[in-house]
Design a binder for this molecule. Structure first.
Ligand code: HEC
Length: 140
């Protein structure tokens, strides 16, 4: 009886040892399969993650930025903000030229409710410029 148990244990041990034993090619295979999970993709690094990721992390359109970061004031006129579409309110500002308006968008207008980047600190300068373009185009 004890002999049978002994051999059953021996068989179990042998087979579990087998299950843990991976050939080099199996190991390499598994490492390849799990590799993408462990990879760290930095923003702007197009070498990993593929085109889909690169595309979705690109700059947002001026309209998107406006809708998420600027409309709170520029649709309501809050605090004296020139409203989108109000050609009269924008004429003198547009006359200052794009560079001045871009700078106001990025740095804000000191002493007014126009804070730097409209408070959207995660917006890139490029995205703020696009939002300014969108506002200017819609206010002439
Ligand atoms: C908290 C309110 C607020 C938010 C949010 C806001 N603005 Fe403004 N903005 C103002 C006010 C107030 C003015 C008028 C400032 C002044 O008196 O010249 C203004 C003026 C401007 C001007 C004209 C500046 C000039 O030099 O004549 C631009 C361009 C502008 N905003 C861009 C933006 C953009 C782009 C965003 C979003 C990313 C934004 N603003 C978000 C309040 C805001």
């Amino acid at each position: 009886m004890s002999r049978i148990i002994c051999s059953i244990v021996a068989i179990l041990l042998a087979s579990s040892a087998l299950a843990l034993e991976l050939s080099d090619s199996q190991r390499a295979d598994i490492e390849t399969r799990i590799a993408p999970v462990g990879e760290v993709c930095m923003q702007g690094d197009n070498s990993c993650g593929g085109a889909a990721v690169a595309a979705s992390s690109g700059p947002r359109s001026g309209e998107d930025v406006y809708n998420s970061a600027c409309m709170a004031c520029h649709t309501t006129g809050a605090g004296g903000a020139p409203m989108l579409g109000d050609a009269t309110a924008w004429a003198d500002r547009i006359a200052k030229g794009n560079e001045v308006l871009y700078a106001s968008g990025v740095n804000g207008v000191p002493g007014t409710g126009m804070i730097a980047k409209g408070g959207c600190m995660q917006c890139s300068d490029e995205e703020i410029h696009a939002a300014v373009d969108y506002m200017v185009a819609g206010s002439q």
